[in-house]
Each structure stands twice: as structure tokens, then as C-alpha cells.
Design a protein around this ligand. Sequence first.
Ligand code: GDL
Length: 671
Amino acid sequence: MPRSHHRPSCLPLLGAAVLTFGLLTGAPAVAAAGSPPGSAPESPASDAPGALPVVTPTPQHMVAAGPALAVPGRVRLVTGDGVDGPSVDVIRKALTAAGADHVDQVAAGSAGGEDAGGARPGLTVVVGSIGDQAVSGALRAAGGSVPDDLVAEGYSLASKAGPGGGTVVLAGNDGDGIYYAAQTLRQLVTAGHRIAAVSVTDHPSMALRGSIEGFYGAPWSHTDRLDQLAFYGDVKANTYIYTPKDDTYLRENWRDPYPADKLADLHELITQATDHHVDFTYAVSPGLSICYSDPADVKALETKLGTLYDQGARSFYIALDDISYTKWNCAGDQDAYGAPGRGSAGRAQADLLNAVQHDFVDTHDGTAPLQMVPTEYSDTADSAYKSVLRDQLDPKIVVQWTGTAVVPPSISVADAEAASAVWGRKVFLWDNYPVNDYGQTTGRLLMAPYDKREAGLHTALSGIVLNPMNQAAASKVALFGGASFAWNDQDYDPDRTWRAAAGYLAGGDPATTRALLAFFDTEHLAPTFGPENWQPQAPELAARLADFTADWDSGSRTRRESALRDLGSYARLLAGAPEQIRAGVSDPAFRAETAPWLDALDLWGDALTATLDGLRTELHGGDPQPYFTRAADLAGQAAAITTIPGTTRPQGPVKVADGVLDTFVSRAPSL
Ligand code: GDL
């Protein structure tokens, strides 16, 4: 179904509450925020009054509302206005997970649905538009309130215990809001067939949230993309920009029509996106060969976009990154715009983009404003190019920006304000994380928390899309964080969200969550394009090794024994993590993509264990050498494992806690 494109560019915060997530009440159960990967996961679900569940993204406002609701075997689902099939599916799945085996669905106002407020025993779930009086009345009766400002994609949710169950009301400000209320309900389900009692008022802080498949190297597979689009719905992301650099039909050969099979795939992706409340944004990247002044080329571009409109796409994008803009592709451009240069490139691009906005976007129903990435995308310095675009580009057109560098070490509100000033509009962040297509990322997965983006960025950004890795499933860790930040940057907690992402991938299994967090720590390093890393490698392991070394250096036998025990248990966690992940993560793509890194971690975990065995033997007066030799041999085997040919660019030996674990293992014999 077509979606509304009237998202506000600046969204007020409804008294964003500082929430304390002391307790985890819902499956998936994940480790406590602030605790290291090796520590025990948080105590399981609690239905104590006042306990707040972990909901990710963090809602703008959520308070506890008394004891949890018991979920009986049979539940009444009353549907008001504006509810679509996908929202009902999410609600039904949540109720099934909560223990209901029968869901009796009735329309509000019909026989059986007349008392939407649930004035009868059992559990009643009411869902619909907040503008539907049956829904808003039920919301008030359940302890919720109707906000004054109905922000696009927002929702209110109230759940209140009653005899034999109680009432849950999901009231969306629009169809997206209804779907997001259902995604929140999914996370309110607690162990023991219960739903947490809460009152929530929620909406996104940024209008655009999601990913841009904009990397070099092997594009994602069709299956990857279908899976990603479903995942975005789960994390309340609403944007997927399709612009893989290696799809020749959108870059090198952008004028060529898609063959029927590729078009059928794109159609399926658009349908999948719509079903999960995601805008499929189709991008063409014509800059390698376009003749800006040739009406036939402008027409060819619009024809290409039209093909995708016919398949259901309603959001379009022109990518002008990574092209030369100081030479023309045709003599006509020299006549029309003058000698090649930044200012003339700006004029040519402004004409093209305005033509697409006016002649294509404005004439096609239900289409979102055009989006684009300029050729100068990674700084905030004014230039002849930027000033022409600032002055001439239709103000509706959304401009992307990657930060103060292609891969910036951080992004502050002041940076984004400077970018907004230079582009004459709020900018849309193209965040080059966790993309791993450049030299410094060779052999790496980038699995640190999404971090170093300043709270408050929603005041200067229209949204954030992350440019992910060739490895789609492994990118979910960062994407989970990016979507959460863009939804509510003020209350975003990188570490808590990272743990929630691990819990999501682990399907709520605590042992698998722990194993994943230990694995992510060994793939924590995030490089820039230069020598500087903006996220350190294996901070948890590095801290543990530093503690161990300090204890060892103390010379105290007691401290050495206890240090061996502590690090030994973490070494066992690392050595066992690959097996736990292979068994406990149900997503086959995640297991397949990470296979070389898990194989290497297996060996590195054993190398660490052998090293500690050597040190223990030495402490007890034995000969450590055989253990150190074994450790060196295992390290050598790990170093020989490479990325899977054809799956990533650039290829190379995989890196696992490099500069941390390898250093410790090689230095241990001389400790
Ligand atoms: C870039 C490219 C992007 C690439 C990234 C990291 C933009 C706008 N373009 O410059 O396609 O994946 O660097 O190598 O970021």
C-alpha cells in the first residue's frame, strides 16, 4: 500500500523521559547494560509493579503502570480504523509468544467488539488509529492519554491488568504508528505468559531512519535484502536506499533497462519494504557518463525512475558521489555550463536534480521528495559547487552528507549545523559505518556499538542511514544501533543498545547473547580512512589482559593464581563462543558470513587457554614451553584464515582482537 510521505522534518520531543532500565522483563533476555560481555545476563523477567521492560528503540516516554497482565489462552483482539495486515500479524505473533493459542479478532463496534475498552474478564487488545474514538476511549480507560501533538509515525500504548487479563491499547497516530505500537508490544511480553503494564507515548526524533546499500564490492543477495527489510520493521527503521555500487544497471549502464528477472526481484523488494513500513528508495547514479545538457539523457533518467515507480517505488534518489565533476562527459555541457569546474558542475547538477523533482517527482502521485548525495559530501567547507547548489537546488530536495570526513571519528551537533548551513537545509546523514569496503577494514567485521554521534543531532539532521558491510546479517548490530539513535537520540545508550542487538540475534538466549558480545568485542575496531581508529580494538579483552598483567607483575602468588582463574574463565568464554554462536544464532546468513572469523576465534581462544596453561605450569614449577609452542602454533593457524573469496572487498586474512590478543600470546613467555 502507498505510504504517507508527510513526515515532519523537525519533530518536537514529548518530554523525553530519562528512563532507568534496571530490569529486563521481556524475552529476549540480554545482559545488563554496563556489564562486560563475560558477565552474567540480567535476571530474567520481572513483573513487579514499577519494573520497566527494555524496549528498543527507547520510547520517548514510558512509565510503569502496575502489575503485569496475565495472558490467558484465549485473547480478544478488537481492531479499529487504519489497521493493516502486517500490524495484525505482529500483534498475533506477540500474543502467541505470550502464550495465547486463540486470538478472536473482531472489528470495533461490531458484535463482540462493541466494548472496545475491555469491560469484560480476560485479555482484550484494542488496536487502531488514535483518531478512532473507540480506540482513543479505550486508551484513556486503560490509563493512557492522547497527546496534543500527533507526530507522524508516533503512537500511544497503554496496558493495564484486570480480572483474568486486562486491556492493552495500541493507538497509532497513523498506519506506521500502529505498526510501531505492535513492535513495542512484542517487547512487552515477559516470561511466564505476561505482558508488562506500561503507558507509552512515542514517536521518532528523525523522520528518516535505516540503511543505504551504497558500498563497493559484492552487493547483498536478494535473500539478504528481503531479510533486512523485515528487520528494519522490527527496529522501527523506515528507509532502505538501494544503490549498490556494483549494480551496473544503476551506475555504469544506468540507461539500460532492467531485464525482467531483475525487475521482478525489485518488485518483490518493494512489496516486502511496504509490508514492513519501509520506504524502498531507488537510486540512480548517472554521473560517470551523463550529459547534463542533453534532454535525451534527462529523459532516460526519468524513464529509469518511472520503471521503478511502476513496480511500486515511491521514493527516489540521485547519487552523484565518487564521480569526476571537473570534466564533462560531452561537449554540449561545455557550451551550456562553461569550462569544467566546481561552480559549473553545481549548475549542471542543480538543473538535473530540479528537473527530476519537477518533471518526475511532482508529477507522480504519492512520491516522496527527491533525495541526493552530492559530489562534495564529506566536509562542511563552502565552495563554488556547494554555494550554487545551496542557491539553486529546490528546497524540497533532500541532501546527504557523510560528516566531516568520509569516515569521521565522531559526529557532533555543531558539525551537522555547519553542514545544514552550507547546504541551506537540514542534511540527511549518510553514515559510513559499519561499511568495510576500504583498505583499512581489510579482514574486519565492524561490530562495535553504534557510538560517537552526539545526542541532539535530530535538531540538525533530517535522518540517518548507515552504509553497511558486504555482510548483511552481521551489519544488523550497527543497524540496530543506528535505527535506535535516529528514533530517540536523546535517550540513546550505545552499550545498552549493543546488548539488545546481541539479544535480538540470539533470540533471547542468554548464553548465546554472552558469546556474541564476547565475539563482537574481538571485532570492535573501527578505522577511519587515515591511521586513526575511531573505535578501539577489543576494549573488554584489552582491559582484562591489562588487569592480568598487573596482577602477574605484582609477583604475588595469590594474585597470580586468582588472575589465572579470572582470565581462564574469559578464555573459555572466547574459545566456546564460536560453537555457542553456531548453535544458538538461528539466522543462517549470520553464521555463514561470520564463519571465517568464528573459526579464527576458535583458534585464538584455544591459543589464549594454552598460554594460560603455560603460565600456570610455570607458576607451579613445571616446563611451560610445550604450552607456549602450542599457543604459537594455534595463532599461526588462525592467522592463515582469510575472508571468503568473492564476498567482500578488499579480501585478506581475517583479524580477531588484533593488536591485543596476538600481542599478549606472543609476549606471555617473557612475562
Ligand atoms: C565513499 C562512498 C561509499 C563507500 C564509502 C566507504 C559515499 C557517499 N560514497 O566515499 O560508496 O562505501 O566511501 O568506502 O560515502
